[in-house]
Design a protein around this ligand. Structure first.
Ligand code: CDP
Length: 226
């Protein structure tokens, strides 16, 4: 049966496998996949390169806000771009991960990203992952999933992913970063990470991707008869 025109919102803690799951769903259902975290990471790269955040994570909010007006951050063939420069590889580094959560607390940054994300929502048939997709960006999304897993498994998975891309990381540093981001993301004032009341929790600590797809297909059949 045909998959209906819906928005699937996937939120959850750092490195719970949201983007891997979302990409597979997009492929399977012929949906568009959108990685909201890539935009926060892109703003962070821009802020670092232009001196709007220092090593102590002090942010020049007025300066950054003004510069955002001219920032051409968008998705293209290979992921995230600033103008015609593909930034996909750089934004996945630990250096960006260490500054992204402070940057994502800035309400002006969230407005900038939200405006871009909501443009895509008009078309439906999208799966988007992040921290506030089901609560703030698309509160009316037809299916909301909240992902979680133990910190140990998350750190292991993320370290393996970074090593495969050639970044030599220590598991302790990855774990520290995940926990710091979870804390900042859950405690910020604007759109904190939290489970939407109508989101379904998926703890994938002991699940494979195939298990997750079985889980999802059961939900799709129950909810949408497909
Ligand atoms: O891949 P991972 O789960 O580690 O993170 P991400 O999805 O790339 O997001 C990076 C960071 O951006 C998060 O830790 C949040 O601080 C921020 N973010 C957010 O605040 N709201 C979103 N919708 C998505 C990401």
């Amino acid at each position: 049966m045909q998959i209906p025109d819906i928005i699937i919102a996937i939120d959850g803690y750092s490195s719970t496998g949201k983007s891997s799951f979302a990409k597979i769903i997009a492929n399977e259902f012929s949906f568009l996949y959108l990685d909201s975290g890539a935009l926060y990471r892109g703003v962070t790269l821009f802020a670092i390169e232009n001196g709007f955040i220092n090593d102590e994570c002090v942010i020049d909010v007025p300066g950054l806000e003004q510069a955002l007006a001219d920032l051409d951050l968008h998705f293209g063939a290979e992921g995230a771009y600033i103008g015609d420069r593909c930034i996909e590889k750089e934004i996945r580094s630990l250096a960006i991960a260490e500054k992204v959560s402070p940057i994502a607390t800035v309400p002006q940054v969230r407005d900038f990203v939200d405006r871009k994300l909501r443009e895509f929502g008009k078309k439906k048939r999208i799966v988007m992952d992040g921290r506030d997709i089901g609560t703030t960006v698309f509160p009316d999304a037809e299916l909301k999933i909240f992902m979680t897993a133990t910190p140990e498994i998350r750190a292991e998975r993320r370290a393996a992913e970074m090593r495969a891309k050639g970044e030599d990381v220590k598991i302790e540093d990855v774990m520290k970063n995940l926990l710091e981001r979870d804390y900042i993301d859950s405690h910020r004032e604007t759109s904190p990470l939290s489970k939407a009341d109508d989101a379904i929790v998926l703890d994938n600590t002991d699940m494979t991707m195939a298990d997750q797809m079985v889980w999802l297909k059961e939900i799709m059949a129950e909810r949408f008869g497909c």
